[in-house]
Design a binder for this molecule. Sequence first.
Ligand SMILES: Nc1ncnc2c1ncn2[C@@H]1O[C@H](COP(=O)(O)OP(=O)(O)OP(=O)(O)O)[C@@H](O)[C@H]1O
Ligand SMILES: [Mg+2]
Length: 273
Amino acid sequence: MTMVDHLPPATAAGSLVPALSLRKVGKAYGSAQAPQWAVQDFTLDIADGEFISIIGPSGCGKSTLFNIIGGFFARYDGDVVVHGQSDATARRAIGSVFQEESTFAWRTALENVLFPLEAAGVPKLERLERAREMLALVGLEGFENHYPAAMSGGMKQRVSIARTLAVRPKILLMDEPFAALDEQTRILLGDKVLQIQQALKQTTLLITHNLTEAVQLSDRVVIMTYRPGRIKRIVDIDLPRPRSSEIITSERFGKLVGSIWADLREEANRGMK
Ligand SMILES: Nc1ncnc2c1ncn2[C@@H]1O[C@H](COP(=O)(O)OP(=O)(O)OP(=O)(O)O)[C@@H](O)[C@H]1O
Ligand SMILES: [Mg+2]
């Protein structure tokens, strides 16, 4: 036995402490007498710089898990540990994109993206540059001065994505961010988010019910069971990086999608009963 044997294994990006650690987290709705468990006993370590997708059928508890991790519930079971710390301030490393459209109606697209940069005290010229750059990245160049009321659902969702990406959070937490988009836009935007994620080495947790998206982007895909949401299986996505959406036509890609779908179909069927 060498000295090295005593050390904990290094994570993918080399850091010993997981960026995000979920320890037996759970959440029940309803009363204490008749709890309805939406998420139960969910334990997962996410390495620094890792891209994880969580996939599961509608109603399996994905948004509940999102709200637990983001710190949006006053009460839940278990612990959420961010960079080794479980206090509320550690949560500030997390940037969230919500499933529901969340633009500010009284601000233009540009002003929406500027908002968190103003709050973070980013100097004026830099924040303008960053906000414009992010809007262009999500394909909204030319729509800077549009108000949400004059934009489609998918456009508003892209404003929300740009607003969160502009802050360059260490940890990116997204709940079905591409759900309102058509398949083509979804795939191309996925490529762009992936480029940023790789460049910034962002730890990313993507909640989705889209198989292609999960396999296209992730290092690992976590399949959830249907009510209560637990971990059914974790699949390593051993596709080479750097990756672009061209990979979705490869044979290996098809195999991975097929294997995940077999599990997902089982859970979706339980959900439909
Ligand atoms: N505020 C709430 N009060 C009571 N039950 C809730 C509440 N929010 C969610 N639930 C229940 O918890 C379960 C999980 O809901 P959740 O929104 O987490 O699912 P989901 O996986 O995000 O679904 P979708 O893919 O449709 O967004 C569902 O059965 C839902 O009815
Ligand atoms: Mg949801």
